[in-house]
Write a protein that binds this ligand. Structure first.
Ligand SMILES: [Zn+2]
Ligand SMILES: [Zn+2]
Length: 364
């Protein structure tokens, strides 16, 4: 089968290889990949900025269909559509694993970093850490959108499990990329009044957020301040930084209220020159949220099945696996919400009538 393999240190050592199809062990599912999402952390893996065990097939975001099972597979059957939490190999017994926080387990191994991942024709995953795609996802296009479930689960972990939201709270989400857009939807689902903050060049993204429920969108710090303080003179109850960029964090600090909560979703990827007294002076709670939990996946899937959340508009580029470089380039340039790779054999079967890229790709 074809697989996108990082074989050694050095960004040049990534190529599409022919490797044997994996065989499921006890409790595992063999899955035919339908689509694999390209994540910033995959780019980090290519550039050796993220711990990997090499050689490894890249990719941790995916949706696929079970083609073979082995032993006790927790109710999964051949033909089922499936998703898996990336940190699906772990000790299973520590306090964190028992709480479903497998990504924080000291001995976890993740798809695409430590064990072969999703950018391939097939992969093997433990049934125990896998989830059924809701049967409300009927069309091929809807199923493909589930390749975006993993980043959405990370947002649900942050918004549903790490912060308290009271209906009517003023929430600022800073950054209208895919994570910010997902955060807007999740805070809306929790009853907050959500202001999405971006830059003048984000017009298209801000417009999309409006159609998906953002109460207000702003494109400058001045407009953000005006929006926040006219609704909530004390400042925002919650700010959520979703870019990993310092000016975005600074904007959050300018509008958060005393005793407010700051949810950090973006990864800075280096030293952060910030004044911790911004937090100290106003006794702001700084809450980092990284990765997902088993319970967040369940909450997310229920919300998706209800139609409360949507991922479809954020699939902005679909490519056959063999054209992975174009997808990674687009992701690195942040020219897409999300690029997905589809195994070539499947890609060639998809007719243009099955797939329509959403309009929101015009910022490409
Ligand atoms: Zn990811
Ligand atoms: Zn553990």
């Amino acid at each position: 089968m074809k697989a996108l393999v990082k074989s050694a240190l050095g960004a040049q050592n990534v190529e599409l290889l022919d490797i044997p199809e994996p065989t499921p062990g006890n409790g595992e599912l063999k899955v035919r990949v339908l689509a694999a999402g390209i994540c910033g952390s995959d780019i980090h893996a290519i550039y050796d900025k993220r711990e990997t065990v090499l050689p490894v097939t890249l990719g941790h975001e995916y949706v696929g269909q079970v083609v073979e099972t082995c032993g006790d597979t927790c109710g999964f059957q051949v033909g089922d559509w499936v998703l898996t939490i990336p940190a699906c190999y772990n000790c299973g017994t520590c306090e964190l694993c028992r709480a479903g926080l497998v990504t924080l387990c000291k001995s976890h191994r993740s798809l695409g970093f430590h064990i072969n991942g999703t950018m391939a024709d097939y992969l093997v995953v433990p049934a125990r850490y896998s989830f059924h795609v809701p049967d409300t996802a009927i069309s091929l296009q809807e199923k493909i959108s589930y390749a975006l479930a993993e980043p959405l689960a990370c947002i649900i972990r942050g918004v549903y499990e790490k912060v308290d939201v009271t209906p009517g709270d003023t929430v600022v989400v800073s950054g209208p990329g895919i994570m910010g857009q997902f955060a807007v939807q999740a805070f809306k689902a929790r009853g907050a009044y959500v202001i999405l903050s971006g830059l003048p060049q984000d017009e298209e993204k801000l417009r999309l957020a409006k159609t998906l429920g953002a109460d207000e969108t702003v494109a400058s710090l001045e407009a953000l301040k005006k929006a926040v303080f006219s609704r909530s003179p004390g400042g925002a109850n919650i700010t959520c930084e979703a870019t990993g960029l310092i000016p975005s964090l600074e904007s959050c600090m300018q509008v958060i209220r005393p005793l407010g909560t700051h949810l950090q979703i973006g990864m800075f990827g280096g030293k952060v020159p910030c004044r911790l007294d911004d937090l100290f002076n106003r006794e702001v709670l700084y809450v980092p949220s990284n990765s997902s939990s088993l319970s967040a996946w369940k909450t997310m899937l229920a919300l998706l099945a209800q139609g409360t959340l949507t991922m479809g508009p954020f699939v902005s580029l679909m490519l056959p696996l063999s054209r992975w470089k174009e997808g990674f380039d687009a992701a690195a340039r942040k020219a897409v919400y999300k690029a997905v790779l589809i195994p070539d054999a499947l890609f060639s079967e998809i007719s243009p009538d099955d797939i329509r890229l959403p309009k929101a790709t015009s910022f490409l």
